[in-house]
Structure formats: structure tokens, C-alpha cells
Design a protein around this ligand. Structure first.
Ligand SMILES: NC(=O)c1ccc[n+]([C@@H]2O[C@H](COP(=O)([O-])OP(=O)(O)OC[C@H]3O[C@@H](n4cnc5c(N)ncnc54)[C@H](OP(=O)(O)O)[C@@H]3O)[C@@H](O)[C@H]2O)c1
Length: 272
């Protein structure tokens, strides 16, 4: 069985990681490189991607490259796929990790910020999965790891659109996995809870109490990336990172769907 890092074709393919300029994505890249993969690093900021590139260690690290792209732009996924094809780069492993959040009351949110988030979290992820998944299916081998969130398991007040986008990621991934069963293409969805990255700050979370709570309950990015790649290697459909998150998810799943959002609202309003 191919694990992450073993490749699927002739060992000359690439692992493409979106959001590789920091946070969990940079850790995915470091771990994939360490296990023998050459990387295509995608994100908006070239200099931060090049920092990740310079930190890669592994037998094929030197073959790795950066491809700066704003995946919230219309058509960005198709352009990225076309660039890989034009350069003859075979993507054996796709890690759809890039994602952003917009924090705050839904009715007070900036619609344009929410739209950009949805294009990144939903549209780019679906398009990249479809475009590279089609190639993998034709080759009879490949692996796709999509990064959802614990927040996607229940409606989450103050992260309403973000949580809904992550519900999409899980449902889309499970459907894609079922469609591709028997083709040689693996699909796994990783659901992290709080992770120590720039995510909260980028999402506009300003409350010291919230930040303290999320920090106290978070896993580090390297651990979360390891859990995701491990689940992909074991062909798991999905995995929730962290025992505490798995316990909370199990509890919430026993309740009517209207109850967890009320619990989350009460919890969050104590923090913001
Ligand atoms: N941190 C958490 O608590 C947490 C919890 C659950 C799930 N997640 C999920 O984990 C994934 C990684 O998040 P993280 O915590 O590592 O956050 P992060 O530190 O903010 O990193 C996000 C990454 O996505 C890239 N990105 C953002 N907007 C982009 C765009 N428009 N086009 C291309 N790349 C873009 C960023 O790079 P550039 O700025 O260079 O574009 C960065 O590399 C996300 O999908 C997030 O939803 C995070």
C-alpha cells in the first residue's frame, strides 16, 4: 500500500499543497518532503512560500517549487491545473489545505469577505479535487486530502459561513471518495479543531478571552498535519484531530441538530 510520501506512479510525481506558506500547510509540506516527496507549494505570498521551500528536507526536496496563486479568484483552480499540465508536473497527491475564516455575527459580516472565503474554501477545493482527481482516476492512482474542520460538524454561530463551508468540505469529500472507490484514488477529509496558527488572527478574532481559550485547547500544526497524512495513508474516510474534539463531536452527534448551535452560541458569547 502506498503511504503518503511513497507516491503512486513512478516516484517522479509531485505532492501539491495549497496554503503551504504557513500554518498546517507548511507542516504538510515539510512532512511530505521528509518522506521523499517533491512538492508544489501554493499560496498567495511568494516570499512565504519560498521560506517553506527553503525549509524542505528530503531526497527530492530540491525538485520542489512554488506556484503563487490567489485561489479565491475566479478560475484560479483551472489556471493552476493548466500550469501543472503545461510544465509536465504530475500531481500524485493533492492536499487542499488553504482556507480562511470570517469571524463575527453573520448579519454584520462584509459580504465580499464572505464571498472570497467561500470561493477559497468551497469552490477552489471542489475544482482542484475535480481537475486533479480526473487525472488521478485516468492514471489509476492518486490521493486527495481535504482539510475541513471540527466547526463543519455543527452549525457554528459567529463562524456561520465558515462552518457551513467546512460542512461542504466533508460532504464533498465523502461523495468524491464514494465515486472514486475502486479507481485507485484515495480521498480523506481531515477535521482539525483549534490549531496554533495565524488562522484566528486572519479570521478577525480579536477577543483576548477567545484567543486564550483557543490557544489552551489547540494542537500544534505539526501534530495535525501528521494526523491528516496518517489518515490518508490508512485510507480513512475522515478523521477528527484530537481526542477532546472527537469526544465533543460524539456528544454533539447525539443531540438534535438545532441544539449544538445554541450550545456553541452560549460558549462563544462568553468569550467574545
Ligand atoms: N487553525 C485552526 O484552528 C483550524 C481549525 C480547523 C481547520 N483549519 C483549517 O486548516 C487549514 C489551514 O489553516 P491554518 O490554520 O494553517 O491557517 P493559516 O495559518 O491562516 O494558513 C492559511 C494558509 O492558506 C493560504 N491562503 C489563504 N488565503 C488564500 C488564498 N486566497 N489563496 C491561496 N492560499 C490562501 C495562506 O497563505 P497566503 O496568505 O500566502 O495566501 C496560508 O498558507 C484551513 O483550511 C483552515 O480552515 C484550521
Amino acid at each position: 500500500m502506498n503511504g503518503p510520501g511513497k507516491g503512486n506512479d513512478n516516484g517522479k510525481g509531485y505532492a501539491l499543497v495549497t496554503g503551504a506558506s504557513g500554518g498546517i500547510g507548511a507542516e504538510f509540506a515539510l512532512q511530505l518532503a521528509a518522506s521523499g516527496r517533491a512538492l508544489i507549494l501554493v499560496g498567495r505570498k511568494r516570499e512565504r512560500l519560498e521560506r517553506t521551500l527553503g525549509a524542505l528536507r528530503g531526497p527530492r526536496a530540491a525538485e520542489s517549487l512554488v506556484m503563487p496563486a490567489d485561489l479565491s479568484e475566479q478560475g484560479a483552480a483551472s489556471r493552476l491545473h493548466a500550469e501543472c499540465a503545461a510544465r509536465g508536473l504530475i500531481v500524485e497527491t493533492l492536499v487542499n489545505n488553504a482556507g480562511s475564516g470570517v469571524f463575527g455575527a453573520a448579519v454584520d459580516s462584509d459580504p465580499e469577505a464572505v464571498e472570497a472565503m467561500l470561493r477559497l474554501n468551497v469552490q477552489a477545493l471542489a475544482s482542484l479535487s475535480a481537475l486533479f482527481g480526473r487525472d488521478m482516476k485516468a492514471r489509476g492512482a492518486g490521493e486527495i486530502l481535504n482539510v475541513g474542520s471540527f466547526a463543519g460538524l455543527q452549525a457554528t454561530p459567529y463562524f456561520a459561513a465558515y462552518a457551513a463551508s467546512k460542512a461542504f468540505v466533508l460532504d464533498y469529500s465523502l461523495a468524491l471518495r464514494a465515486e472514486l472507490a475502486g479507481t485507485g484514488v484515495k480521498v480523506t477529509c481531515l477535521l482539525p479543531g483549534y490549531v496554533r496558527t495565524a488562522f484566528d488572527a486572519n479570521a478577525g478574532v480579536g477577543s483576548p478571552a477567545y484567543l486564550k481559550f483557543s490557544e489552551a485547547n489547540s494542537l500544534d500544526a505539526a501534530t495535525v498535519a501528521r494526523i491528516g497524512l496518517g489518515a490518508l495513508a490508512r485510507r480513512k474516510a475522515w478523521t477528527i484531530a484530537g481526542a477532546r474534539n472527537r469526544f465533543a463531536a460524539a456528544l454533539f452527534s447525539l443531540l438534535p441538530r438545532s441544539i449544538p448551535p445554541r450550545i456553541m452560541r452560549a460558549a462563544l458569547e462568553r468569550l467574545i
